[in-house]
Design a binder for this molecule. Structure first.
Ligand SMILES: [Zn+2]
Ligand SMILES: [Zn+2]
Length: 157
């Protein structure tokens, strides 16, 4: 599908635009999916000894935040620079589909957050703490005050 005809002793530019769900499928990622179009551009370089595919993948990912579960999107730019195997070249054509898929998977972060400082959900009431603090937080005891509280309950006994 992403085929480029190679040239021996030179470089060949390429540019593709592929619908994300057609290219990757719905369950391509564990968390989220790519939406819109995926743009792939770059060049196949031949220095006389080997062939190298170098370029950039531009895509948009939709996911639910690992901490607060909010649906979010992020634009990703993935660079690749890979020497091609002999088996990648068939009848002077290179098929880049697998290379692009592998690079997309390898570049995914371990955590998917709506923003770097996402505060997450309150474990007690479930409120999204990015929207402001909840009532539960007033019950948290400052560790410096804890001895005073213990003292008070001792007196009551
Ligand atoms: Zn979040
Ligand atoms: Zn709460």
């Amino acid at each position: 599908m992403l085929k480029v005809q190679i040239s021996r002793g030179g470089s060949v530019p390429f540019e593709f635009k592929v619908a994300a769900d057609f290219f990757c499928g719905k369950n391509f990622l564990d968390n989220g999916s790519f939406i819109g179009d995926i743009q792939i551009s770059g060049e196949i370089i031949n220095d006389g000894l080997k062939f190298v595919a170098r370029g950039k993948i531009k895509c948009r990912k939709q996911f639910s935040c690992d901490r607060c579960l909010t649906q979010s999107t992020v634009d990703q730019d993935v660079n690749f620079d890979e020497e091609l195997e002999r088996a990648d070249i068939v009848d002077d054509y290179v098929e880049l589909t697998e290379l692009v898929r592998d690079n997309l998977i390898a570049s995914q972060p371990i955590q998917n957050l709506c923003r770097a400082d996402c505060k997450g959900l309150c474990p007690v009431c479930g409120k999204n703490l990015n929207d402001g603090a909840c009532e539960c937080e007033t019950f948290t005891v400052d560790p410096r005050l804890a001895p005073l509280i213990n003292l008070k309950s001792f007196e009551e006994v």
